[in-house]
Design a protein around this ligand. Structure first.
Ligand code: ADP
Ligand code: MG
Length: 639
């Protein structure tokens, strides 16, 4: 090996710079954080070519004293901490005194800065770590830093940069986070000469969210604000039906610092659990405030990772705050109807309710439904699936746009799992009389409604959706989802009450891993009503199952449970939860099953009287609400 030697200053600088300055986005983050620490309430960021050729940050903060500008570019030079004890109560975003030195080492920097106390400012330049200019100049209070040609002297680093657009997008993400965490600062972002973000700086989080994430995202958010054991969690979160397919719209700020935190993300997930669809993630902005000495921000050079002295407390504070907000702020998803053409043209809009009824009576025997009559002229749109739009609305979180096609000839309702081919139709199926109803299964539901509520049962469509009128709205209830949720809530409350021994035990062949996982969790499974024992080297024998599951395919169920045990390696409580999901899903009535009108009515009562039954355990909504006012709008009675 070669001799050991101390690296020349220039080389050491370049290595150190690599830790802080990875790409234009990291430069912008450091510079904007400096502006915030300088007390600015107006910050403008401009970049060209993703920031690679040009970046400018202008602020109206305190400025740097003339004699200290060159010091600011020295490594470990900072005005933010002075002693070791300060390190444990950091109240500024910066404190390591490394950013300017690092940036100055790998680019061409020009600074214009002036404090309020000084009449003139300073124009200072540094290129590749060497000062090239330092002179007095007249300029406004505050600081402007221009960075040109990032990594011009480190081609190896340059190679790692992505294309301009990707780097620009990374800068935009930094700006978003800064603007969201500081609604009191007016943040402007100009990208390739285009203004792309401008926040008002009115101190309201909702305004910042609106400016940064857009109107669609900002509508219908739920406010959060709860303090638990000195940890305040506040912000805005999306409704469970409006969740996103990725985590990109989760913003966590710890004492106003953007952080990535597994603990916070997990707490958020837990709070949304059972309300959110599989594969979807909550979105929102959460500010967590706690004493600076309860968190260590000095874990990573970019300071995006943090360590809490008490993770559990942070987890609980976030979990309860979000849970609390959801319990107050979440309402059933609403349907909004948007007519394609002005309804007035139909000539039906000015009819009274009596007239409608008379018309319906007169016309129905001829085989035409009232829906057909009313919408004959409204829309020539091809029928399409309402469900499809429901699904879309869940993804996009926006309103459901239903058009009313011409009604087709009356058909038997399609009871298969396939999407119903017809649009929302107001000729309801007659109440189905009890055919082959599984009474016992229904009795199993011991849920007692909180209050006696008054509603009108209208009927069932597609043997899947219950329709009722309640408090000025029509509700469409998915009977399977509703029943599944009720069973699940009961299991959580009382556990499995009844176990059924199988007449002939069922043997289930598993993979080696699954086999091991099942046996390891034998006690747990037993507690949930499954009596399972080893049977050969990779098979298990199932002797008993929860009574509600008697008729299900045991082999399939156990394989499913075993596969989940291997795949998710969860905590005990999650395993039980999974089992309850499985039991509830398999023992709930299915779409297409026959129930009597009385049963369905009872179902609706349970759903409407309990706001906990809002989503099935997989997060699909149990019911949609269609307000009378929406219908009236559709018929042109109101605007
Ligand atoms: P740190 O932020 O960790 O202190 P930096 O290298 O980012 O280290 O900055 C060094 C010092 O320069 C800061 O401590 C601060 O005093 C000063 N400074 C940097 N940017 C600004 C600014 N925009 N306005 C006023 N002072 C600044
Ligand atoms: Mg700094």
């Amino acid at each position: 090996m070669a001799d050991i030697r101390v690296l020349p200053k220039q080389l050491a600088e370049l290595i150190a710079a690599g830790e802080v300055v990875e790409r234009p986005a990291s430069v912008i983050k450091e510079l904007v954080e400096n502006s915030i620490d300088a007390g600015a309430n107006k910050i403008t960021v401009e970049i060209q070519h993703g920031g690679i050729t040009y970046m400018r940050v202008t602020d109206n903060g305190c400025g740097i004293k003339p004699e200290q500008v060159s010091t600011a570019f020295m490594r470990h030079a900072t005005s933010k901490i002075a002693s070791e004890s300060d390190l444990f109560k950091i109240g500024t975003l910066g404190f390591r005194g490394e950013a300017l030195a690092s940036i100055g080492a790998v680019s061409k920097v020009e600074v214009l800065t002036k404090t309020r106390e000084n009449e003139n400012g300073i124009c200072y330049s540094i290129e590749g770590g060497s000062e090239t200019k330092c002179e007095e100049i007249g300029c406004p209070d505050g600081t402007t830093i221009v960075i040109r040609d990032l990594f011009y002297n480190t081609p190896a680093r340059m190679k790692f940069l992505k294309k301009d657009s990707s780097e620009g997008t990374a800068v935009a993400a930094v700006i978003d986070a800064i603007a969201l965490s500081h609604p009191e600062i007016s943040v402007k972002f100009i990208r390739d000469s285009k203004l792309v973000v401008a926040t008002s700086g009115d101190s309201k989080l909702a305004s910042a969210v609106y400016s940064v994430l857009g109107r669609e995202f900002a509508s219908g958010l739920i406010p959060v604000d709860t303090t638990t054991e000195g940890i305040r969690v506040s912000g805005l979160i999306c409704k469970p039906v409006h969740c996103y397919p990725t985590r990109t719209k989760q913003y966590f700020f710890l004492n106003k610092r953007f952080v990535r935190s597994g603990v916070i993300a997990k707490a958020l997930d837990q709070a949304y659990k059972n309300s959110i669809m599989v594969g979807k993630f909550p979105a929102g902005v959460l500010n967590i405030e706690l004493d600076a000495d309860r968190v260590d921000v000095n874990v990573h050079p970019a300071k995006t990772e943090v360590r809490f002295s008490d993770e559990r407390a942070v987890f609980e504070a976030v979990y309860y705050a979000v849970k609390n907000a959801l319990s107050i702020g979440d309402t059933r998803p609403q349907l909004e109807l948007k007519p394609k053409k002005p309804v007035e043209n139909t000539g039906f809009s000015r009819m009274t309710a009596e007239e409608y009824r008379a018309l319906a009576k007169k016309e129905e025997p001829k085989g035409e439904t009232i829906a057909e009559k009313l919408y004959k002229n409204v829309s020539e749109t091809k029928p399409y699936s309402v469900m499809k739009d429901f699904q879309k609305s869940l993804v996009s979180n926006r309103t459901v746009n239903i058009t009313f096609p011409k009604a087709e000839e009356e058909k038997k309702p399609d009871i298969s799992e396939a999407e119903p081919q017809r649009s929302l139709e107001f000729a309801f199926e007659k109440k189905t009389e009890a055919l082959e109803t599984d009474e016992t299964r229904f009795e199993n539901i011991s849920f007692i409604p909180d209050t006696e509520i008054e509603f009108k049962y209208i009927g069932e469509v597609f043997r899947t959706y219950i329709i009722v009128q309640y408090k000025g709205s029509v509700y469409f209830i998915d009977k399977h989802a509703a029943h599944e949720r009720m069973l699940y809530e009961e299991l959580k409350k009382d556990g499995v009450k009844e176990v059924q021994s199988l007449l002939s035990p069922v043997s289930v062949a598993l993979s080696r891993e699954e086999y091991r996982a099942v046996l390891e969790n034998k006690e747990l499974l037993n507690g949930a009503g499954f009596e399972i024992e080893e049977f050969g080297t990779v098979s298990v024998l199932v002797r008993a199952v929860p009574a509600a599951l008697e008729k299900t395919d045991i082999m399939y169920l156990i394989s499913d449970i075993a596969a989940n045990l291997v795949k998710f390696q969860k905590a005990e409580s999650d395993i039980i939860d999974d089992l309850y999901h499985n039991i509830a899903c398999r023992s709930a009535i299915k779409g297409g099953n026959e129930q009597s009108a009385a049963e369905l009515e009872e179902f609706a009562r349970r759903v409407l009287s309990n706001n906990d039954i809002m989503y099935c355990p997989h997060g699909r909504p149990v019911a949609f609400e269609l307000k009378k006012s929406e219908l009236e709008k559709q018929f042109g009675r109101t605007k």
